[in-house]
Design a protein around this ligand. Sequence first.
Ligand SMILES: [Zn+2]
Length: 483
Amino acid sequence: MTLKIYNTLERRKKVFEPSDINRVSMYVCGPTVYNYISIGNTRPVVVFNMVRNYLEYKGYAVDYVQNITDIEDKIIGKAKQEGVSYQEITGRYIEAFQNDLKNLKISGFKSMPLATETIPQIIEIIKRIIENGFAYVSDGNVYFEVKKFPAYGKLSGQRIEEMKHQDAGEEGKKDHIDFTLWKKAKAGEPSWESPWGRGRPGWHIECSAMSTSLLSRSIDIHGGGLDLVFPHHENEIAQSEAAYPGKTFVKYWLHNGMIEVKEEKMSKSDGLKKEWILKNCLKKYNHNSIKMFILSTHYRSPLEFSDSKLIEAKKAVNRISNTLRNMRFLFQQQEPAGVEPELEEIASAGKKEFIAAMDDDLNSARALGAIFEMIKKINMLIQAQGFSNSQAVSAGLREAQVMILELTGVLGFDLKDEMGAQEDEGRLDKAEVEEMIAERQKARKEKDYKKADSIRQKLERQGIILEDRKEGTIWKYRGKDDV
Ligand SMILES: [Zn+2]
């Protein structure tokens, strides 16, 4: 099956063919570290982790680079506001971002470069752009001359004449649409030596410098939020293709949609609300729930954020992990042998539909639909009247569980972890258990052993173990040691 992905530049789905048939280079714009990351900034992190995993699942080796912008006006502004050094601000929020990634269980980057550690490469690429005639120096500033690059606007589909100002307020520009590559140092601001005097890099140039120096001058995938298409990614194309003429900077441009809160776009990070901060969301919802919230919608569509959406996502995760737990209990009751054909069919049909969905522009929403369909069919089977747990059923359940863990793993979930750590979630509570035990006692008194037995089985499936003693029935939740 062939993977097709939507390329923003061409505005259509295209068969994915990386430059190297075995290896994919992927660059995604990371955060500017002057605050905690919001759930909005979390979307590209979760989405492109899923993209990377799926490419690996298809057999590619993936070189995944995500930058961190650690020098920028907003950082300097925050440092001034707090009366501390800019390094204190960036140090604090880089650490917080790394903690967020750890809590999200997302890792495996080839590199996560900082802008301030890439200054030589940034100066190098600016020199090339100037030498090639696409940029000019003006009183210690270096500007990209947009009109010299006729393809400008190809990504965002805009015409130069209609474009608004870039970097308004900057002095000495030939044209309002020209943008800053190197910014002359102001007194008291962080700066570096350069051929044009002391200064610091503009934001856009760091991504061109990092992607071309750490990956390739022509990368396969460049990702980021839809809000970065213009001007950030438009400028990246202009810079990179001006520095390396004849090279197509990016083969596939992938952009995730925005997360919205009742018509507001969350990218306006200045007014970041407490409940939009990932760190705070992670106190209430674990990484699986957050991934479920994000991946239940196709990555290009807008996504509405609310607490109830996160609760829904948490319930969806529990639906899968509860079934996985019940399956585990059942297949550990029997020595699995042979494979029950119906379960074999559920697993293989589920995988087929999962791959078809992901091959169609990485449709994780549809892929999750395939997983829930598997869960539904398995539940129907194991909860059916007259269900009997044969060796072949046990083998089938074990196989189906491996498949579900494999496919959810491709999306970035870690449900094994969920099955262990959240043992108590989704369980019957004490009162419910006691009510069912009382009902069973009543049935036994009335010599309705069939009913009593069915209640016991029902409780067992929910992970409740009963022990009948002379003095009455005692019960406990099944622990890890009991399975
Ligand atoms: Zn970027």
